[in-house]
Ligand binder design. Structure first.
Ligand code: KOT
Length: 817
């Protein structure tokens, strides 16, 4: 094992530091401090250790001279840091003891931390897992994101309807793990015009911004697992440049002077709550440019400080774009190289196009970003010129490849023609990057075949796959200590860093003693979740029931309403068919809907209303319960995932790029019921088809059905169980005295055309559930399958994803400290 903090930890010093922070930072004595203040003081004391290691890593010449990856993402859904960092630092036990001696219970203190919810869902969480894996394997990395004042909204339910509240994740006291780096602040411009000068007969164009703000970086420590390596997650906060309009201040117009402050603060005020959907708001583009510009400048600053020539940028740095959200970094780098550094266009392009790489996370048309040309022109006039130039040169290549083919040109052009001309960010990304990857094998195939077939021809070899992964430190070792200990007893303690080793427990899949122990851990985890539900929602659950879980953003393509239809079918059969037997189950949902996504909110309402009725209906008893857990977030996932028996991954085939919740639950011993979509396909390959329940149409089946003309009424009329289930939504069964309240969901599935083919997949979904329910009655058989799921999903460690990026895209070396 590598030397870690563990070896140099001094308990007395640490305890002294905690007490010092309690009094000096939080103005409390040991007697008056609350749990929250103890947590804050402990966090500060720990952060002192990691900040020191962050600076040492940053200043290590080996790191400065090595090639680094810069991960640019508008979202990093990191979750609470304290527990995870303690595990990485190897200090969990020592700190438990140190705090106990101060009269504090570590588990309780960890509960005081608010989740930094600086992301919406899969894309942001992936960025967080990737940071963890880069640090664990010591691949030099800087994560660049935004320091939102408010993270993803807090969700509550009022009469079953979603309500949103702001998420002030830093509290009034600030977040103990973050440290401001004012010496690294940048100035970022917006608006203005382009000046043209002639120097030695050469045209020099220069952007003169009309407004300037300050980008203040805050570093969060990303601690390498069992190593002293700490990389920064650098989050930019927008501030006004001080002194703000001194003139108007002195004129006594205090409020006028405050204006610039308020406007500047707006840019990083709040995370946009859209997942897999782009709304095209000006402030969002400002966020994107602010993030890109500050990050690119910081990268160049580091590069130049280490003494490297600009021409060597691709040798020293790679910039990974997490979807198209930071695409404007491409014209920004070009602008700096050409306008500020005086490089020729060709030289600048060679540097830029060999520095950027782009990850695509979605095929959904509504999520593919386009921005009005007029908006970019106004906000970033020089960038628009550069985009035109990139496009002009690229279209020459297109004409060479497909002479006279106007259609191809129109399709591949960065500019989408029309009354309002739009800039297609994905096209700019593909043209301006040296590699483009999808996030699961199936998704990457579809990227090549359906999304960018012509780009795949014109740039052979550029499009590739890196299957997503999850960090086993947070998603097994930390969140499921029971299972972790059981695994370590059998195969030792190296598995969190080498997840392939889990295969070593496959040999115990049929060992009755191990099966019992495995199921006992699952039972404990189910009890922990049941206790949470009892305490927070007042619903009593039986842990002998199947815990069936669908947790993810609410989106039609993810088909939470198909899950609801199945629940309605169970309700219908339990009540109407005395001979119907089913294994008792608890159906868990957790999901936030984008505040402007009407149907998604209606689906939440429908599930809540159905749950209310079912949970209180004596005819149903313990056979079926439905629990919609409010305010889904990373810390909630850490309780739900270890307790799952069944993992629902039921998106329409071809729509879910990868999914990562599927990996987390399989790793924690849940059996997947899922479609042939995203990474489900690869999970099936790993665990074997007898250990997963696959149902529904595959991508070809979907395409064929759509081509033939899909009519949901055909299914509605042909299948009495489906009809009965759907019809339950039209009356007042779940909304007594108020018929029709759940119509929106019903309508979307019939008159609305059922765009995600729920009705087509219903029968095979019900059948898969039946088989699974029967299997659960055979606990030994179930345990075998569950153990094999845990044992065989080692591929999905994000360490492997990162090694794929390193070997196939980033081409960099690990640097041991
Ligand atoms: C959001 C806005 C625009 C474009 C894409 C997104 C997006 C995609 N947000 N989350 N995703 C998910 O990314 C995950 C990580 O790759 C995938 O596992 C998941 O399938 C995507 O839906």
């Amino acid at each position: 094992m590598k030397p870690t903090q563990q070896t140099s930890f001094d308990k007395a010093t640490f305890q002294h530091d905690v007490k010092m922070h309690l009094s000096a930072t939080y103005a409390k004595t040991e007697e008056t401090a609350t749990s929250r203040e103890w947590y804050l003081a402990m966090g500060k004391a720990l952060a002192e250790i990691t900040t020191l290691d962050l600076l040492k890593t940053e200043q290590d010449p080996k790191i400065q001279n090595a090639k680094s990856v810069n991960y640019l993402s508008l979202e990093f859904l990191i979750g609470r840091l304290t527990g995870n960092n303690l595990i990485s630092m190897g200090l969990y036990e020592q700190i438990t003891e140190a705090m106990a001696e101060l009269g504090q219970n570590l588990t309780d203190l960890l509960e005081e931390e608010r989740d930094p919810s600086l992301g919406n869902g899969g894309l942001g969480r992936l960025a967080a897992c990737f940071m963890d894996s880069c640090a664990a394997q010591e691949f030099p990395t800087v994560g660049y994101g935004l320091h939102y004042e408010y993270g993803l909204f807090k969700q509550s339910f009022e009469e079953g309807r979603q309500k949103e509240a702001p998420d002030a994740w830093r509290g009034v006291e600030g977040y103990p793990w973050e440290v401001a780096r004012p010496e690294l602040a940048q100035e970022i411009g917006f608006y203005g015009h382009v000046d043209v000068e002639y120097v030695n007969g050469k045209e020099v164009r220069k952007w003169v911004p009309g407004m300037t703000v300050k980008a203040m970086p805050w570093d969060l420590p990303i601690v390498g697992y069992e190593s002293d390596t700490v990389y920064p997650l650098r989050l930019w906060e927008c501030q006004a440049i001080a002194p703000f309009s001194l003139a108007s201040f002195n004129n006594g117009d205090y409020f006028e002077a405050q204006h610039s402050l308020i406007d500047a603060g707006n840019i990083t005020k709040v995370l946009y709550p859209n997942d897999n959907h782009e709304k095209g708001k000006t402030l969002r583009l400002m966020q994107q440019y602010f993030h890109s510009a500050a990050s690119v400048r910081d990268i160049l600053r580091r590069h130049e400080a280490a003494g490297f020539a600009l021409a060597d940028l691709p040798k020293q740095e790679t910039i990974q774009l997490n979807d198209t959200h930071p695409t404007i970094a491409i014209p920004e780098l070009m602008r700096i190289l050409v306008d500020e550094k005086g490089l020729s266009w060709d030289k600048a392009w060679e540097i830029s196009a060999n520095t950027f790489a782009y990850t695509n996370h979605t095929l959904l048309p509504e999520a593919l970003e386009t921005w009005p040309e007029s908006l970019i022109q106004r906000l970033l006039p020089r960038h628009m010129e550069i985009i035109f130039e990139i496009n002009h040169r690229f279209l020459q290549e297109v004409r060479k490849m497909w002479p006279g083919d106007g259609e191809k040109q129109a399709k591949l052009s960065i500019i989408q023609e029309g009354f309002n001309r739009m800039v297609r960010m994905a096209n700019l990304c593909v043209i301006g990057s040296y590699k483009v990857n999808g996030v699961a094998a199936l998704h990457s195939q579809l990227v090549k075949k359906d999304l960018f077939p012509e780009f795949n021809e014109i740039f052979p070899g550029k499009l590739t796959n890196v299957t997503n992964g999850i960090t086993p430190r947070r998603w097994l070792k930390f969140c499921n200590p029971g299972l972790s200990n059981l695994i370590s007893e059998k195969i030792g303690t190296e598995w969190p860093a080498k997840l392939e080793l889990l295969e070593g427990i496959a040999q115990y899949a049929t060992d009755a003693k191990f099966q019992k122990a495995f199921m006992a851990v699952k039972k404990q985890n189910k009890q922990r979740l049941a206790d949470w539900v009892q305490e927070n929602m007042g619903i009593e659950l039986d842990t002998n029931a199947i815990f069936d879980v669908q947790i993810k953003r609410l989106h039609e393509y993810k088909r939470q309403h198909l899950d609801l239809l199945h629940i309605l079918s169970l309700y219908h059969r339990i009540i109407n068919d005395p001979s119907f037997e089913c294994t008792p189950r608890v159906c868990f949902f957790a999901a936030k809907a984008a505040p402007g996504y009407h149907l998604a909110k209606e689906i939440i309402f429908a599930v809540n209303k159905v749950a209310e009725k079912i949970n209180n209906d004596p005819r149903i008893g313990n056979k079926l319960k439905v629990v919609f857990i409010p305010d889904y977030r990373v810390s909630m996932a850490e309780i739900i995932i270890p307790a799952a028996d069944v993992s629902q991954q039921i998106s329409l085939a071809g729509k879910e790029a990868s999914g990562t919740g599927n990996m987390k639950m399989a790793l924690n011993g849940a059996l997947t019921i899922g479609t042939m979509d995203g990474a489900n396909v690869e999970i099936r390959e790993e665990v074997g088809e007898e250990n997963i329940y696959i149902f529904g149409l595959d991508v070809e089946g979907v395409q064929a059905l759509k081509a033939q003309g899909y009519n949901p009424y055909d299914y509605y009329h042909a299948d009495p169980l489906l009809k009965a289930s759907l019809d339950l939504l039209t009356g007042d069964e779940f909304t007594p005295g108020q018929p029709g309240l759940l119509r929106a969901t019903f309508d979307s599935l019939l008159d609305g055309g059922d765009p995600y083919l729920c009705l087509a997949d219903f029968a095979s979904y019900v059948q898969a559930h039946e088989e699974m329910g029967k299997q659960y009655q055979d606990q030994a058989g179930w345990a075998k399958k569950a153990i094999l799921n845990t044992a065989l999903v080692g591929k999905f460690t994000s360490d492997r994803s990162i090694r794929d990026y390193v070997n196939n895209i980033w081409k960099l070396e690990s640097v041991k400290r």
